[in-house]
Design a protein around this ligand. Structure first.
Ligand SMILES: Cc1cc2nc3c(=O)[nH]c(=O)nc-3n(C[C@H](O)[C@H](O)[C@H](O)COP(=O)(O)O)c2cc1C
Length: 187
């Protein structure tokens, strides 16, 4: 079966927004990618799912590298612009610079990175999987820096959100009861 874009079931996921930067025949480019996931600690591996016809897809296949800047709550406009047109037709980085957003040169790859993101990762491509509607690119982190003063932009139900309330743990008595129950069910 399909789980199409915008479908009530597809919209239940909650994700970060990865700002994927690349630099190939189409020049410096940026796209928004909600399907950006850490999939291994050691080594640090990240999977991104990128539509087959995207400029980012061609750039990554060509250069075997890409940048990921995880958007912060001040960067929803970057996400919208990066996700709203294709690098084949629009110099999105030029638009964003003109709007006052800052980029810096990556240390280990040829792409630009977004300043003031919550996390910046420079990745070297280790695997390309042609699956379904998208291509899964798996990148190995070769440079990483976090910005603890920023909060991650959240994407859910086709809208941007910010986290502001963590769920409290149940009271100690209830947690003790749960621990005893887990012990009883230990195999
Ligand atoms: C918030 C947001 C999240 C998105 N997530 C994805 C994604 O995970 N994968 C994908 O292929 N496209 C995603 N898109 C769409 C691309 O960003 C969009 O098609 C973009 O124009 C591609 O740019 P490019 O052709 O320059 O690479 C998303 C768009 C937005 C606004």
């Amino acid at each position: 079966m399909d789980l199409p874009w915008g479908d009530e079931r597809t919209k239940q996921f909650v994700t970060n927004v990865g700002l994927i930067t690349s630099n190939g025949s189409y020049g410096q480019n940026i796209m928004a990618c909600e399907w950006t996931h850490l999939i291994s600690y050691s080594p640090g591996l990240i999977a991104i799912a990128v539509g087959k016809n995207k400029t980012t897809n061609s750039n990554i296949r060509e250069t075997k590298e890409f940048g990921i800047s995880l958007a912060s709550t001040d960067q929803s406009v970057i996400a919208s612009i990066s996700g709203g047109s294709t690098g084949k037709e629009v110099d999105k980085i030029g638009v964003l610079k003109e709007l006052g957003f800052k980029f810096y040169k990556a240390k280990k790859i040829k792409a630009l990175m977004v300043k003031d993101a919550v996390l910046n990762l420079e990745c070297s491509l280790i695997k390309t999987l042609n699956i379904g509607s998208h291509t899964l690119f798996i990148g190995k982190a070769i440079e990483a820096s976090a910005n603890p003063n920023k909060k991650p932009l959240v994407y859910h139900n086709l809208q941007y959100w910010e986290l502001n309330k963590s769920i409290e743990k149940p009271p100690q008595k209830k947690r003790d009861k749960i621990s005893r129950l887990v012990e009883r069910y230990r195999k």
